[in-house]
Each structure stands twice: as C-alpha cells, then as structure tokens.
Design a protein around this ligand. Sequence first.
Ligand SMILES: NC(=O)c1ccc[n+]([C@@H]2O[C@H](COP(=O)([O-])OP(=O)(O)OC[C@H]3O[C@@H](n4cnc5c(N)ncnc54)[C@H](OP(=O)(O)O)[C@@H]3O)[C@@H](O)[C@H]2O)c1
Length: 268
Amino acid sequence: MKNKVSVLNQWAVVTGASKGLGYFYCQFLLSQGYHVLGVSRNSKNILDLVKQYPHLQVKNYDCDLSDIKNAYQLFEFAKTLNVTVVINNAGYGVWGKFQASSLDQELNMINLNIATLHILTKLFVQRFTENNFGRVINVGSMASFTPGPAFTSYYASKAYVWNLGVAINYELIRAKSKVRVITICPGPLETDFWNRSSNGKGSKEHYSSLLPVLDTQSYADKSLKKALKVKRKGFLVVGVSNKITKLIMKILPFRIVLKMVYNYQSKR
Ligand SMILES: NC(=O)c1ccc[n+]([C@@H]2O[C@H](COP(=O)([O-])OP(=O)(O)OC[C@H]3O[C@@H](n4cnc5c(N)ncnc54)[C@H](OP(=O)(O)O)[C@@H]3O)[C@@H](O)[C@H]2O)c1
C-alpha cells in the first residue's frame, strides 16, 4: 500500500494535523492514496510523512483557525486543489466550573470548535454538492451526547458539532445527494488535548478508570476507515467501551448521568 501510486488524485484537508488524532488521520489518508493538506498553527512536521509515500503530495497550511477569517482563506486556498475529503478535527476544551472559567478562552474555543467548523462544513458541502461527490468528516466527542457540568462549554461545543452534522447528513440523504457529513465521536484518547484543555491541571491524572483510554492511532485508523465508507448513518461511535458508555447514558435517568459526568469531570 505504501508505494501505491495515487490513483485517486484527490486531496484531503485535515485540520489539527500537527499531532494527536489529526496527525494519524493524515497518515491513514496517505495510506489510502489521498494527497493531504494539513492545517494547524504549526504543522511543518507533517511534511515528513511524504517520505513514506513518495508518490503522494503533502502540504502544510499554517494558520490559527480560531480566527474565522482564516477559515475563509483556507477554503479559498483549498479550492485550488481537487479536495474530496475534509476533516474538521482541530479543537480543544476549557475545563473548570462555568462561573470561574475564562470567557476569553471560551470564546476562542467556540470560534475554533464551532464557528470555523461550521464555516468549513458549509463551504465544502456547497462545493461538493456542485459535483455530487465528497465527504466532510467532523470530530465530535462522546461529550456530544450529554451536558458536561465542570467542562460546560466544551461539551456544549461538541453537542453543536453532533447536532449540526447529523442534521445536514439527513438533509443530504433526503435530497438523494452522494455528499456526506459524518460526525466521529471519540471517547478519551491519550493526546495533548488535556494539556491544552486543563487550565494547568496536569496531563495524565485526568485519565479516570471510569472510561478506558483507547490507542490514538488505532482509533484514528478504525474511525476514519468507517467514516470514509459509511453510507447513511450520520455519526460513528467506535470502540466497545464508547458504545457501552453511550448505552449507559441512554438507559440511566438523566439526573444520574449529570451526576456521573459532574463527578467524573470534577475529580480532575
Ligand atoms: N483526546 C481526547 O481525549 C478527545 C476525546 C474526544 C474528542 N476529542 C477531539 O479530537 C480532536 C483532536 O484532538 P486531539 O485529542 O488530537 O488533541 P491535540 O493532540 O491537542 O491536537 C489538536 C490539534 O488541533 C490543532 N489546533 C489547536 N488549536 C488550533 C487553532 N487555533 N488553529 C489551528 N489548529 C489548532 C493543534 O495544532 P497546533 O497546536 O499546532 O495549532 C493540533 O494539531 C479535537 O476536536 C478534540 O476535541 C479528543
């Protein structure tokens, strides 16, 4: 697979490409024969990936996507390439009780997790619709499925991502379009996410025994393989532990779920 010449001649855009889930998404896309445009504030490191796939192209596009002007500029740049897959993956959280957490940080996060994701989803769905081909893949979270006391605005932002994507995908199916918007909902992964999102609360301590932490690369491979193929379902919960968690959240009374999430997040 590694030396396969690109038969696709298609480009994938990945935001949050420099590390964590996004980096492994870039790697997987290359293994599938896509050229990759990786976006983050500093993503030069992804250029090295091309060594493993010399017949493909990798470009980096460095910008701060919490500034929505950059989302429009990224779209203009991406129009010069034959983009058929867009992964809105860049995101972080602002941990802490709502009355105490920083409004500036929350607004920055909302711009990245919601506004930029919304803009890129809209512009690429419109563009893909012209050719009746292409996929927007948005990274939500298991946090999409419940309010998150003690991590309020992050959970709310991921609920937006899920609600937006699932609804658009349904519209596309009803319109008999071949374009898809798929929302991937990861549970805990060991990435730099918590360093950025914890307000100095440390990196590893947060991994509670309540939810197992999945291997980031194998999660990336499995989730993206499904997201590139899935026909009608608008969102993906990948991994047995995440599926069980989702089921538990559905079965238990809402007030118990809120209490569990509050306890889980407050202990950090
Ligand atoms: N890790 C988890 O447990 C977990 C669980 C559920 C969902 N998720 C979601 O998965 C996605 C990826 O997170 P991750 O765990 O891979 O975190 P990560 O390791 O911290 O990676 C985040 C990526 O986003 C980029 N980024 C951050 N702020 C940016 C900005 N303002 N503009 C452009 N790029 C920016 C970062 O690169 P630069 O710093 O170079 O900009 C990095 O490439 C996020 O949407 C997150 O909410 C993560």
